[in-house]
Ligand binder design. Structure first.
Ligand code: PEP
Ligand code: MN
Length: 338
């Protein structure tokens, strides 16, 4: 739409799109509103739309992904997470830091780590109440009691909460308790879960599947946006390769590749990306340097006794150091820490 197009003109175009049996997605930007169109099986006849008041041009998007593409929205999307300590934004100048244990184990364990995460300066806490584990005999997470512990973390510490939903039932609960719904690597192509997340009012953190290509990753995000939820944060967490010195290979080249094609923020998870405690700090530095919009780091005060992902969890002191160094590196590229 033209930069001075009125709300009424935007509404009229949306109605026209609907009358053609298609779905309009008005996406406000800094300068103007773009209206994405989905639901078409072939080329859309743009003639009638192009002539409407307020329309500047109709741009066919040739890529398979549309709503996530910079063709539809040129400037970065900002995803705001309200926390009792103030909003944390992904996709702006500030790099956002998220810390917490892989799994919520007990109230004591969770509160101890939350205290450390907060005093290191982070405002977002992440821990799993539902754990997608390779073995059915491994700790599967506490379920709803774990979500209640997370709700208490928000209350006691003021931290915003990110936690994973592994299926539609857990998503119903996660969206009640959490500030951000995480969809894990193993579920990146669980299309019914993606659609359900797309109908949620809460922001979604979508992890890259462990063998997903760039297009597959963006198409997974497209599922969420196509249902109307535009608050999506992407997360690079490493892919499977022949590496035998790390759990996964952290593909930092994904960050500029995504940023070129998509307006969505993208963060890096160096914990799953490496699987080794000693590699988390160096790769965190690199992630900030490459332009990531945030870091997602597993922290545990007693990692040897952690019920999941102890070997890749860093100690609270190391997390504090990571935040200090990330701040210095961010400053070099003109960014701050959130
Ligand atoms: C997690 O975040 O703890 C997790 C299971 O990660 P991923 O989905 O990236 O393996
Ligand atoms: Mn984990």
């Amino acid at each position: 739409m033209q930069s001075h197009a009125t709300e009424e003109q935007v509404r009229a175009v949306c109605q026209r799109i609907e009358s053609l049996g298609l779905k309009p997605h008005p996406i406000p930007g800094a300068g103007r509103t773009a209206i994405g169109i989905t639901g078409n099986s072939g080329a859309v006849d743009v003639g009638t739309l192009e002539a409407m008041p307020g329309v500047i041009e109709c741009i066919p998007v040739s890529k398979p992904y549309k709503l996530v593409s910079r063709d539809v929205k040129e400037e970065n999307s900002l995803v705001h997470i309200p926390t009792p300590l103030g909003d944390v934004s992904f996709g702006g100048k500030a790099v956002a830091i998220v810390g917490g244990p892989c799994a919520i184990e007990t109230p004591e364990q969770t509160f101890t780590i939350a205290g450390h995460v907060k005093s290191a300066g982070a405002r977002l806490f992440r821990g799993g109440a539902y754990k997608p584990r390779t073995s059915p005999y491994s700790f599967q997470g506490l379920g709803e009691p774990g979500l209640k512990i997370l709700a208490e973390v928000r209350e006691r510490f003021g931290l915003g909460i990110i936690t994973e939903a592994i299926d539609n039932e857990s998503l119903d609960l996660v969206e009640k308790y959490a500030d951000v719904i995480q969809i894990g690597a193993r579920n990146m192509q669980n299309f019914s879960l993606l659609k359900r997340a797309g109908r949620s009012q809460k922001p979604v953190l979508l992890k890259r599947g462990m063998s997903a290509t760039l297009d597959e990753f963006l198409m997974a995000a497209e599922y969420i946006l196509s249902e109307g939820n535009y608050n999506v944060i992407l997360c690079e967490r490493g892919v499977r390769t022949f590496s035998d010195h790390t759990r996964n290979t952290l593909d930092l080249s994904m960050i500029p590749a995504v940023q070129r094609r998509s307006h969505l923020p993208i963060v890096v998870d160096p914990s799953h990306g490496t699987g080794r405690r000693t590699k988390v700090l160096p790769l965190s530095r690199a992630a900030v340097a490459v332009g990531a919009d945030g870091l997602l780091v597993e922290v545990h005060h007693d990692p040897d006794r952690a019920l999941s992902d102890g070997p890749q969890s860093i100690l609270p002191d190391e997390f504090a150091q990571l935040i200090r160094e990330a701040r210095d590196i961010a400053a070099v590229i003109g960014r701050t820490l959130n």
